[in-house]
Design a binder for this molecule. Structure first.
Ligand code: ATP
Length: 244
């Protein structure tokens, strides 16, 4: 299977703080990978490193076999890496549709966006009825959908989703999961950071756990979630408590 993304010995330090500690993994093309870990573990930093907002202190990142370690976020976006942010920041004065057109203009040439593609993305993300509304007037769910739609409009081969399910109701979360499954089934590779674990495991086939910037577990979701070490560091269930 072709590897779309490869991280090799990636380290990131902020002064004395290590937030990525020798991170290494390969993502096969078309795979949906979930990333979980406690607050402050370094998950968003990892996205910043993959997306190009930050450069690693050492190590290398390859996308489709090309070394992108020193490429800018804009260059990586044109190559096909798109990202949604934990806190959506749309162009609030522009309509939903215009927001997509802007994203398409900065994305991968030829694969994202013409007007027809943007219209199709509005449909897929449940925003067609909101196309002409100012983005600033959207609800939280609609903003999260727009964040996803903007990332799709750039024509990604790899989609990085940062906590898109947080703050949603069960029903909204279910709808969002359906949408992400549709994107996955269309062949887009996905890495999704999420605290809402049941939403994540409904979509991903592989789970990585990060703690203090290190990968501490990597495997099938059920096996990873059953790992006593993961239960202890992520869910606060001490191994001894369970056996007591
Ligand atoms: N630019 C920066 N300068 C200094 N420290 C930073 C910077 N960005 C992040 N950090 C620190 O790095 C650590 C990891 O932050 P990061 O946002 O990657 O964690 P996270 O796992 O995404 O957390 P959360 O689940 O709360 O979003 C935190 O201690 C954070 O305060």
């Amino acid at each position: 299977m072709t590897t779309i993304l490869s991280l090799s010995g990636v380290n990131k330090h902020f002064g004395a703080l290590t937030v990525a500690d020798n991170v290494a993994f390969d993502l096969p093309e078309g795979q949906a990978l979930g990333i979980i870990g406690p607050n402050g573990a370094g998950k968003s930093t990892l996205f910043n490193l993959i997306g190009g907002a930050l450069s690693p202190s050492s190590g290398a990142i390859f996308f489709e076999g090309r070394d992108v370690t020193r490429k800018s976020a804009a260059e990586r976006c044109r190559m096909g890496i798109a990202r949604s942010f934990q806190i959506p920041h749309p162009f609030t004065g522009m309509s939903v549709y215009e927001n997509l057109l802007v994203a398409a203009a900065f994305g991968a040439p030829g694969s994202g966006g013409g007007r027809e593609v943007c219209a199709e993305i509005l449909e897929r993300t449940g925003l067609m009825g909101e196309a002409n509304r100012p983005a600033g007037s959207l609800t939280l769910l609609e903003r999260k959908r727009l964040e996803l739609a903007r990332a799709l409009a750039s024509g990604p081969k790899l989609l990085l989703l940062d906590e898109i399910a947080g703050g949603l109701t069960e029903a909204e979360c279910h709808d969002l999961v359906e949408t992400v499954c549709g994107i996955r089934d269309a062949g887009v590779s996905i890495i999704w950071i999420e605290h809402v674990v049941h939403a994540l495991t409904a979509v991903v086939e592989r789970l990585i756990v990060i703690d203090f910037g290190r990968i501490v577990a990597d495997g099938k979701p059920a096996a990873v979630m059953a790992d006593p070490l993961v239960q202890e560091i992520y869910m606060g269930i001490a191994v001894d408590d369970e056996t007591a």
